[in-house]
Ligand binder design. Structure first.
Ligand code: PLP
Length: 290
């Protein structure tokens, strides 16, 4: 993510980033006790806001917190922050933590005023040169917890797994659990074999990606057969195409995995088709209510 834009929102106020402070007893700080979202904003318009709000609500319910805002309230906050930060293309981050109590107690879960924080940064998508080359990734055993379907702020395993790819000069760490693909450290992973697109089925092992659901819709529109189902390590390594998808990367072809070329070693035709569909779809949404 690029340098944040100057204005953020914290607990009822819009203020300069430098003026935003939270208690050291915030349970987000002490326990990673919170949930978050990252949403792309194209030309001032949030992309798939309803899906992000619904996922946040699911994450919060799974960690036994009610959503502190209605969808309409969230939307008003998004609109105000986007505007205060100058509109255009932004990446909007927002998180809710269980709040700050006096002291540190694992349980019982306290009823506190939730901490709500939003900030945004310029949306910096992979450049055309990166897309045309594709990216290199490495693989690693998925060492995360058993509820990866919750978009929790407790991301230590994701952070350490991502660091492995930084050290290997790669764009992402693709995760395997007991011999099958789960996802990336901060992205969904899709494979193409014989023209058919496959993404691991939804389960507690993976985050239900908002971009992934766009990919599924656009595949249907483009007549590309898509199925959600298990992908073995052998299928991953033998795939014609591998893609990453996320709010921050859109859809990005992986052309090298663990030093070996993926398929032809070039971005594949199915990726090209779906990437073009995504750009068309974004154009269709421009200027529409959200
Ligand atoms: N999986 C993980 C672990 C992620 O962190 C992300 C995004 O950050 C995704 C998948 C993709 O989700 P989305 O498309 O909603 O960004």
């Amino acid at each position: 993510m690029a340098e944040p834009l100057p204005i953020c929102y914290l607990n009822g106020e819009f203020l300069p980033l430098e003026a935003a402070h939270i208690s050291p007893f915030d349970r987000g700080f002490l326990f990673g006790d919170g949930a978050y979202e990252v949403m792309p904003v194209y030309r001032g318009r949030p992309f798939r806001a309803a899906a992000h709000c619904a996922r946040l609500m699911r994450s919060l319910a799974a960690i036994r917190m009610e959503d502190p805002h209605t969808a309409a309230e969230w939307r008003a906050l998004f609109a105000a922050l986007i505007e205060r930060n100058g509109g255009g293309d932004q990446s909007l981050y927002w998180q809710v933590t269980r709040g700050a109590e006096r002291g540190r107690n694992h349980a019982p879960l306290p009823k506190l005023k939730r901490t709500v924080f939003l900030f945004s940064a310029p949306l910096v998508l992979p450049t055309a040169a990166v897309r045309e080359r594709g990216v290199a990734c490495i693989s690693a055993e998925d060492t995360r917890w058993a509820r990866c379907d919750i978009k929790s702020t407790a991301l230590l395993a994701n952070v350490l797994l991502r660091e492995l790819s930084v050290e290997a000069n790669a764009a992402e760490t693709i995760l395997l659990r007991n011999g099958h693909l789960t996802e990336g450290s901060s992205s969904a992973v899709h494979v193409v074999q014989a023209g058919q697109l496959r993404t691991p089925q939804h389960s507690p092992e993976i985050l239900p990606g908002t971009t992934r659901s766009v990919v599924e819709e656009l595949a249907a529109r483009a007549g590309v057969v898509h199925c959600a189902g298990p992908v073995s390590e052998a299928e991953l390594r033998g795939a014609d195409e591998i893609w990453l998808s996320s709010a921050a990367r859109e859809i990005l072809p992986v052309t090298v995995l663990d030093g070996a070329p993926v398929g032809s070693g070039q971005p594949g035709p199915v990726w090209r088709r779906l990437y073009a569909e995504l750009q068309l779809y974004k154009g269709e949404l421009a200027g529409q209510p959200w």
